[in-house]
Write a protein that binds this ligand. Structure first.
Ligand SMILES: Cc1cc2nc3c(=O)[nH]c(=O)nc-3n(C[C@H](O)[C@H](O)[C@H](O)COP(=O)(O)OP(=O)(O)OC[C@H]3O[C@@H](n4cnc5c(N)ncnc54)[C@H](O)[C@@H]3O)c2cc1C
Length: 492
């Protein structure tokens, strides 16, 4: 196959066209993976880089919105951990983060209330949570991993919790409360893993994921978007093109040809695809030509990718006190016919840092997808009913606003983040299968080398930190490095 590599070593700078024309590297997606890849390539003097983004904004699943006197996060909220967290290091160096000790957040805290308005004893609740945390820790340590048997996280949690109940060591004796607390914890886990059902999640998703040590819920002073905006400042003007929806990636010829929804075309030597697994599941067949390998398709189809949503509800004035951290919902009856089924996927309502009149509702599981189809009016009226019921407070009658994410309906994302599904494990798939680049053998300076042509980045591709923003950043750096290594090899 013919090669252009003799003419385009790193020292050469190609003329950059405003639109169209040939680029050395095209990156699909201006989330944190795509932007970090562009920044790294730019630092290494690969100046001919273009980022094509389908939406009208940068950041992807990082989406900070100005609200009142502050901001709210529709996507990622927190930096998870300090040690070994490249994103934390970057944000700290640039003074973007709030003090992790003075201004850290909590989630899933506050008053644990039942559907008949009882506030449960906090210490007793903590006892139960500690037991469940112990199971989770064992899962993370791989204690239940068994090479001969694929197990779901849901199964392990249920089995171990039943043992706890049978041992009668819990401070609660009412089985309805005990299972209500268990179900609350599972809702939380469904949100953490972004899955419809914990029975679909492989226990290995716990042991393969790595936690960065340190404070886990670190806030940005001015929102998560501030770190994305900072990274973008390192790019030459015009590097990112918004409203550029890539419809086709044709890698059949020497140069990769990209066709946009509006018919415009671009050519590149390398294309880094950073689209979410949700987007790829829906579009891989039409997006790539020639078709992807069987293994890649299996990895995309079987990677776990579910939805979580955030729904902020505003009141004229708070009905909670300054000491309250939130309200967690412990249902003793999840079969009430007067409420929509999605309500049982809400874990609770948290207070919102810097927003005195807002409560944040977290919803995961199938309910996170179902609630997207409801009108604002229905959502508000259900919330009011639930809050009145759990708070035993009939004075809660009216909300002044509701602000909602709809990650499943977003056709460029199609969910929240990835986990390892049971099928993924059964088929022996790993994130390396998602990462594996498509390479073409070319001849350069009388050497035959493999040129990475289509490269894959994005949160789901990171081996240790999948699902997180820092995992996404690392994945972008990794694929930029692959291209840099390729050019270094040509220079040798
Ligand atoms: C509700 C929610 C809460 C979260 N909370 C946290 C948190 O607290 N901490 C944390 O670390 N992580 C959190 N995450 C996860 C984190 O946001 C993601 O892991 C990370 O932002 C993913 O970045 P990415 O670059 O891989 O993908 P994305 O951000 O999805 O970027 C991919 C980009 O590609 C674009 N794109 C897709 N298809 C095309 C196409 N055909 N043409 C052009 N462009 C295209 C998309 O529009 C998007 O902008 C959360 C996510 C959600 C949804």
């Amino acid at each position: 196959m013919a090669s252009n590599d003799q003419q385009n070593g790193l020292s050469e700078t190609r003329p950059t066209a405003e639109s169209g024309g040939k680029k050395r590297v095209i990156i699909v997606g201006a989330g944190i993976a795509g932007i970090s890849a562009a920044v790294k390539l730019n630092e290494y003097e690969v100046k001919d880089v273009l980022v094509l983004e389908a939406m009208s904004r940068i950041g992807g699943r990082i989406h900070t919105v100005n609200y009142g006197d502050g901001v709210i996060e529709m996507g990622a909220s927190w930096l998870h951990g300090e040690e070994g967290n490249v994103l934390y290091d970057l944000a700290r160096e640039q003074h973007l983060i709030a003090d992790p000790f003075e201004d850290a957040s909590v989630e899933g805290e506050g008053r644990f209330c039942t559907d008949y308005g009882q506030i449960l004893d906090y210490e007793a609740v903590k006892d139960v949570i500690m037991y469940l945390d112990g199971i989770k820790e064992d899962l993370s340590n791989g204690s239940y991993n068994n090479d001969n048997q694929t197990q779901s996280a849901g199964h392990v949690f249920r089995e171990k919790y039943q043992e706890y109940i049978d041992e009668k060591i819990s401070p609660f004796h009412d089985l309805k409360i005990l299972w209500g607390l268990f179900n609350w914890y599972m809702k939380f886990e469904k949100i953490d893993n972004a899955c419809a059902n914990l029975d679909d999640v492989s226990i290995k998703t716990y042991s393969e994921w790595s936690e960065c040590e340190g404070v886990q819920l670190i806030n940005f002073k001015n929102g998560f978007q501030s770190v994305v905006n900072l990274l973008v400042q390192h790019l030459p003007e015009g590097t990112i093109k918004l409203d550029h929806n890539v419809e086709k990636i044709n890698y059949d010829e020497d140069a990769v040809k990209i066709t946009l929804e509006n018919g415009d075309t671009f050519e590149a030597e390398h294309v880094i695809v950073t689209c979410s697994i949700g987007f790829l599941k829906d579009n891989y067949e039409d997006l790539f030509y020639p078709p992807l390998s069987h293994r890649k398709v299996e990895a995309i189809e079987n990677a776990g990718f579910g939805t979580i949503n955030k729904i902020y509800i505003e009141f004229e004035e708070p009905f909670w006190t300054k000491q309250d951290l939130g309200f967690q919902l412990i249902w003793t009856n999840e079969e009430r016919e007067d409420l929509p089924s999605w309500v049982y996927d809400i874990s609770g309502f948290d207070i919102v840092r810097g927003q005195p009149n807002l409560l944040l509702c977290w919803i995961g599981g199938q309910g996170a997808e179902d609630v997207e189809l409801e009108s604002d009016d229905v959502v508000v009226s259900v919330f009011i009913e639930v809050l009145r019921m759990f708070q035993k407070n009939l004075d809660i009658t009216k909300a002044t606003n509701v602000i909602r994410s709809r990650w499943k309906s977003n056709k460029y994302i199609r969910g929240a983040y990835s986990h390892h599904s049971i099928e993924y494990e059964r088929k022996n798939l790993t994130n390396d299968d998602l990462v594996e680049p498509i390479a073409r053998e070319v001849e350069v300076n009388e050497k035959r080398v493999l040129r990475p042509v289509i490269l894959f980045a994005g949160e789901a591709t990171d081996r240790n930190y999948y699902s997180t923003a820092h995992g996404a950043l690392v994945s972008g750096l990794r694929e930029a490095q692959r291209i840099i290594d390729y050019y270094k090899q040509l220079e040798e």
